[in-house]
Design a protein around this ligand. Structure first.
Ligand code: SF4
Ligand code: SF4
Length: 355
């Protein structure tokens, strides 16, 4: 997902990664030209050295307006991915981002996406089938019970966010491959944050994050984003070190847990404050404020803010009228207008938030 812009640079980087020993490639039709670049890098004998996985769903990416979560549409998109990757077989194909029971039923019900992938597997085009998810732990637990076809699940999991720890253990116990994305919190743990650095117990925060994962026996594979050669060498060096276990692991996990929104009594993303009469994404702004003022990660805050607020649609924090409607509905009794004002001051007017 984070490959360099130029094809040649991306191919060189991917081949460096494979030569260094990284073997699982996760891509998607939805990652711009990632499939094309990966395909180019897999020429000259590199294809047989990797496990290649791609994914799609209509709720993440509509290629055409007529796209639906049907077997026929999924089979068509799968063949197109193979064409873009220029391969005659995919090792894994995944239902992309099952984030609700409704999506699960659409994807796995009669005539749904899964049937299209099963057809491809029967034809020898796909080796294994899985899904990726950000759904609730309760729903995921049900999916693990139901899905006798499932061979892999991709979860968000890191030292700072252990929401799916039990799901990962359950999937692993059932023999489902557990894949982890966001090992450094989508880049957050790589930020120059005094708060996060202090929580890492004297280790480099990225090293602590990687060794936390290698110390979890239920994690099979970690997807590490690479942008530059040092990402490859640093990542491999961290995973070559001893896994984080015992007392140091507990100390670090507890220090990060103390920074969690849950323990600080902050926004739970319950959405009860919505809708805002001005059209603001209040939980998104609350998370921006958390990244900026609690974790002291201005870059991560700015990146998140760009994603959830759009100046063209007047949904940035400076459009808040301080009406107070949200505050009276907040389940956590949080001073929402004050946090929105903070984001307006620091991200709308400050350099971090400028687009
Ligand atoms: S105080 Fe601001 S964020 Fe809250 S509902 Fe009113 S306009 Fe929306
Ligand atoms: S009601 Fe409060 S806790 Fe719930 S999403 Fe809104 S700000 Fe967050």
């Amino acid at each position: 997902m984070r490959l360099p812009k130029g094809d040649d640079e991306a191919v060189t980087l991917l081949r460096q990664a494979i030569d260094a020993g990284l073997i699982y490639i996760d891509t998607s039709r939805g990652y711009g030209d990632s499939e094309i670049k990966v395909g180019k890098s897999l020429k000259d004998g590199y294809r047989s050295r990797v496990i290649l996985s791609t994914k799609w769903s209509p709720w993440v990416q509509m290629v055409e307006e007529t796209d639906r979560p049907t077997a026929a549409c999924t089979y068509k998109r799968l063949l197109e991915s193979m064409e873009r990757l220029d391969v005659d077989r995919l090792d894994f194909y995944q239902l992309w981002n099952i984030d609700s029971l409704e999506h699960w039923q659409q994807a796995t019900g009669k005539g749904g996406m899964l049937e299209g992938i099963l057809r491809a597997r029967k034809e020898g085009l796909v080796g294994h089938i899985g899904f990726t998810t950000h759904d609730s732990p309760g729903n995921i637990s049900r999916y693990i019970d139901e899905a006798d076809w499932c061979e892999a699940i991709l979860f968000t999991y890191n030292v700072m966010n252990q929401t799916y720890r039990e799901n990962i253990a359950k999937a692993h116990a059932k023999g489902i491959a557990t894949l982890v994305m966001n090992p450094i919190g989508g880049g957050m743990l790589a930020e120059n944050s005094p708060v996060l650095t202090a929580a890492a117990g004297g280790l480099d925060p990225i090293e602590a994050a990687h060794r936390f994962l290698s110390g979890d026996p239920n994690v099979d594979t970690v997807l590490c984003g690479i942008r530059k050669p040092s990402d490859i060498t640093d990542t491999l060096a961290n995973f070559a070190k001893p896994p984080l276990v015992g007392g140091l692991r507990s100390t670090i996990v507890e220090a990060y847990a103390r920074l969690s929104k849950k323990n600080l009594g902050l926004c739970t993303d319950c959405q009860y404050c919505m809708p805002c009469p001005q059209g603001l994404n209040i939980p998104g702004i609350m998370h921006t404020a958390y990244l900026h003022r609690v974790l002291q990660c201005p870059e991560a805050a700015a990146n998140h803010y760009r994603w959830i607020a759009d100046p063209a649609k007047n949904t940035t924090a400076e459009n808040c009228t301080q009406c107070g409607e949200c505050g009276s509905k907040c389940t956590q009794k949080l001073p929402i207008p004050e946090h929105v004002g903070y984001v307006a001051r620091h991200l709308d007017s400050g350099s971090q938030g400028k687009r």
